[in-house]
Design a protein around this ligand. Structure first.
Ligand code: F6R
Length: 265
């Protein structure tokens, strides 16, 4: 078991603090592995996946478990949180490509069981595609586990800060959104400049994220400390989407390293 420094409760959620990003990522991979192992022939493991810098170590750990013969994804089904829009699946900056690079090509997940929102759907069909994506998840029995990262502005998936009421924010469906300026700034390196970042994306809505039976929020690094501290303190607010995780209470576990936990009082 990874070495945990400490754990405590905040707003009904569990917060586990690890000495470094590697240990926190191994804990996330271990939770995903246990979810897969707990699945039965009648119930495949339905996993919500994230992209970005944070989960890369999670995927490499899962790939190592698979390579060592200890874990098969044959009976798992994955649904990714988000995708740029519009984007071609073979564009190296697409999240479909990211998943291929970091996960799909390294494990035995059957290709038809790895779902990523489609960045090529014509704009007139986007709403129908997003609604269909949610229906696929429901038809599979709902997400057993949703892996999340946190944006520096507190976004989850690409549910960006807004001025909605909490009730409205909790009900947000899967949809096309405009990226927040800070999110574009953070993506600039990947795209070779902030002006080159694709400004819109498809994202799983807050409602679908919060419906997962278990939610793992992985946050590592000092640049996440402010957003982590703010999401764990005070009331839920749409201006800080990660605070909305409080609505899922005991189904939520935060896995953070010491640097990301440094602002939590
Ligand atoms: C990615 C996603 C985003 C990221 C967040 C943190 O699928 O949904 O919410 O988790 O932007 O990104 P990194 O890990 O790159 O700091």
């Amino acid at each position: 078991m990874p070495e945990e420094s400490r754990s405590f409760q905040r707003a009904g959620m569990t917060v586990r603090v690890f000495p470094d990003a590697g240990a926190a990522s191994r804990a996330a991979a271990d939770r995903i592995a246990s979810t897969i192992r707990a699945a039965s022939p009648g119930h495949r493991a339905i996993l919500g996946m994230a992209t970005g810098a944070t989960p890369q170590k999670v995927y490499s750990h899962l790939a190592s478990l698979h390579a060592a013969g200890g874990l098969s994804f044959r009976d798992a089904v994955t649904y990714n949180l988000d995708e740029y829009y519009p984007i071609q699946p073979l564009d190296p900056k697409s999240y479909r490509c990211y998943m291929h690079r970091h996960f799909f090509s390294l494990v035995d997940l059957p290709p038809q069981q790895g779902h990523v929102l489609d960045g090529t759907v014509p704009e007139g069909f986007v709403a129908a595609h997003c609604a269909e994506f949610e229906r696929w998840i429901e038809a599979d029995g709902g997400l057993d586990l949703q892996l999340l990262g946190i944006g520096r502005n507190g976004h989850i998936g690409f549910n960006e800060p807004s001025e909605l009421t909490v009730a409205e924010a909790l009900a947000l469906p899967t949809r096309l959104i405009e990226l927040h300026p800070l999110t574009r700034e953070d993506a600039a390196r990947e795209f070779g400049g902030v002006d080159k970042v694709i400004p819109r994306a498809l994202t799983l809505g807050v409602r679908a994220i919060l419906s997962a039976r278990s939610i793992l929020m992985l946050a590592t690094g000092a640049h996440k400390a402010e957003a982590v501290a703010a999401a764990l303190a005070g009331q839920m607010r749409a201006s800080l989407p990660a605070s909305l995780l409080q609505a899922a209470g005991e189904r939520v576990t935060w896995l953070v390293d010491e640097a990301a936990a440094s602002g939590v009082s």
